[in-house]
Design a protein around this ligand. Structure first.
Ligand SMILES: [Zn+2]
Length: 456
C-alpha cells in the first residue's frame, strides 16, 4: 500500500490530485514523504490567508474547520505554523493507523477517532448536532480514516471557484490531473482560488477545457476512456447544496471530434443553443447556459441544431452530422446512408419543380409535426413526379415503409430523426435556391401588405 492512494471518492481524489500536481508527479506510488511535507507547507501558508480561510475554507467548503483553523474563534491563533502542525499530526496518524478497515471511503484503514468527523472537516456531512445521522452509530461522526480526512484538506486548491465550488472528478486519473491542472496553476500564480477563466457555468467550463485539451492531444479518442462527474457545491453553516453533473462519454467524444473536424460548424451549433445571439461567443460561453450542452448532458438529441431553419442553411458539415448520428444517437451507418440517399433523390425531384411548388414542398416537410404529415410529404412528391412525367417512383414500397416505421418509437431515432436528416440534406444542397425562393416570397408578402394599405 502506498503512502497515499486514489479512492474513487471525489473529495479525497481531488486532494490527492492537488498533492501530486504540487509535486509534479502522476503516480501516487512515486510520492515521497518530502513531497507530502512540502504540500503541507504550501497549503498551510495559503490557508492562513484571510481570502482563503474565511471566504473559501469557512465560507464555502469546511465551516468551522478545526484542522485548518477556519473557526472564527481561532482567528488569533491562526498561523501557517499551527495549520501545518495540525496537518502533520493527521499525516502521522496515517502512518501509524492499524487494526481496522472500516473507513467508508477507502476500506483500507480504521476510522479516525481522535477528533470528531463532521462537515467542518469533511464537506456535506451532518453538523454533529444529530449524531444518529451517521448510520455506523459512531458518536464521533462519519467513519472516515486519517488518510481520507487528510487528503480532503487539500481538495480546495484542486477546485475552481465559480459562483459555487466546482470539483471535476475524472477517471482514469491522468485525465483528472489534466483537468485539475489549471486550478493548481492559478493558485500558484495568484495565491487565490482559480476563477476558471471567469466561467460561471460548470458545464460550459468543462466543455471549454475539453476543447483546449483536445487541441493539445490532437485526437477525440483521448475521451473515449473518460468518465467524468462534476460536483458543484457549497457547504457552509447556512447552506449545503450539491449538484452532481454526470458527463456522458459520448458527449465528450463528440465535442472533441467536432472541435477537430469542424470547429466552425461546432461553434455555429453552439451559437444556436443560446438565445441572445448578438453577444460575443466568449461572453455567452462564460455566462449563459447553453441548450446544446444541456441536451448533450441529458442524452437528448441535438439534431435540430445542425441546421438553421430560419435561413434554410446548415450549421455544420455532413461529416460531423454523420459522426453524431452514429456515435451519439447510436444509428448504424447503413440506415444513415439510406436516409442520405433518399435525401439526394428528394433534392433531384425538388430541383425540377417550379419555384412555388418547390417552396411549398420544403415547407410541408419543415412543418410536419405528425407522422401522417410526414407521409403526405412523400405522397405529394410522388404526385409531382408523375406530373413531371418521371417514370420511376421516388421510393419503392419497402423503402417507404422502412423510412416511416423502421426507427421505432425511440425518441432519438424515430421518423423525426429521418425528417431532420432529410432537411439537413435539402438545406445543404439547395440553400442558394431556397434563399432565392425565400426572397421572392418575402417580396410577395411585402407587396400584399402594401396593396392592402392602398385599399383602405
Ligand atoms: Zn479511508
Amino acid at each position: 500500500m502506498s503512502l497515499l492512494e486514489w479512492t474513487g471518492h471525489p473529495f479525497v481524489d481531488a486532494g490527492l490530485a492537488a498533492v501530486l500536481l504540487l509535486a509534479n508527479k502522476n503516480d501516487p506510488t512515486d510520492l515521497t514523504e518530502k513531497d507530502v511535507e512540502s504540500a503541507i507547507d504550501f497549503v498551510s501558508k495559503l490557508y492562513a490567508r484571510d481570502e482563503w480561510n474565511s471566504k473559501i475554507i469557512h465560507g464555502m467548503i469546511f465551516p468551522n474547520n478545526g484542522i485548518l483553523m477556519a473557526n472564527p474563534a481561532m482567528k488569533k491563533r491562526r498561523t501557517s505554523e499551527n495549520i501545518a502542525k495540525n496537518l502533520n499530526e493527521l499525516f502521522s496518524e496515517i502512518k501509524n493507523s492499524s487494526g481496522g478497515f472500516n473507513c467508508v471511503i477507502c476500506g483500507e484503514r480504521p476510522a479516525y477517532d481522535k477528533k470528531e468527523v463532521y462537515r467542518a472537516v469533511f464537506p456535506l456531512l451532518g453538523s454533529g448536532d444529530v449524531t444518529n445521522y451517521f448510520h455506523s452509530g459512531n458518536p464521533k461522526g462519519a467513519d472516515i480514516c486519517a488518510h481520507c480526512l487528510f487528503l480532503a484538506q487539500f481538495m480546495p486548491i484542486a477546485c475552481y471557484r465559480l459562483p459555487r465550488i466546482l470539483l471535476i472528478h475524472a477517471y482514469p486519473y491522468d485525465i483528472m490531473l489534466e483537468l485539475n491542472k489549471d486550478a493548481i496553476r492559478d493558485v500558484k500564480l495568484t495565491q487565490l482560488a482559480s476563477n476558471a477563466e471567469n466561467f460561471t457555468k460548470p458545464e460550459n467550463y468543462l466543455f471549454h477545457r475539453i476543447k483546449e485539451i483536445t487541441r493539445k492531444v490532437g485526437t477525440h479518442k483521448y475521451w473515449e476512456r473518460a468518465s467524468i462527474n462534476l460536483y458543484y457545491f457549497v457547504c457552509n453553516n447556512q447552506t449545503q447544496v450539491l449538484d452532481i453533473i454526470h458527463v456522458p462519454t459520448s458527449a465528450m467524444v463528440f465535442a472533441a471530434y467536432a472541435e477537430l473536424v469542424d470547429s466552425l460548424g461546432w461553434n455555429k451549433i453552439l451559437m444556436a443553443g443560446w438565445r441572445n445571439r448578438d453577444t460575443r461567443f466568449e461572453e455567452l460561453e462564460r455566462n449563459y447556459r447553453n441548450e446544446v450542452y444541456s441536451r448533450l448532458l441529458n442524452e437528448e438529441s441535438i439534431l435540430e441544431y445542425f441546421f438553421d431553419r430560419q435561413n434554410r442553411n446548415t450549421n455544420a458539415k455532413w461529416e460531423l452530422l454523420n459522426f453524431y448520428c452514429v456515435e451519439v444517437l447510436g444509428m448504424d451507418e447503413k440506415s444513415l446512408e439510406f436516409i442520405k440517399s433518399i435525401g439526394d433523390r428528394i433534392v433531384e425531384t425538388l430541383q425540377k419543380l417550379p419555384e412555388n411548388k418547390l417552396r411549398d414542398r420544403v415547407r410541408e416537410l419543415e412543418r410536419a409535426e405528425r407522422r401522417y404529415q410526414f407521409e403526405m410529404f412523400f405522397i405529394r412528391l410522388e404526385k409531382d413526379r408523375l406530373e413531371l412525367g418521371l417514370e420511376k417512383p421516388l421510393l419503392s414500397y419497402e423503402e417507404f415503409a422502412s423510412i416511416l416505421t423502421a426507427y421505432g418509437e425511440d425518441l432519438n431515432v424515430s421518423w423525426r430523426t429521418a425528417k431532420n436528416l432529410l432537411l439537413f440534406r435539402i438545406y445543404e444542397r439547395l440553400h442558394e435556391k431556397l434563399l432565392k425562393v425565400g426572397e421572392v416570397e418575402a417580396q410577395g408578402e411585402a407587396e400584399m401588405i402594401f396593396a392592402g394599405g392602398e385599399e383602405t
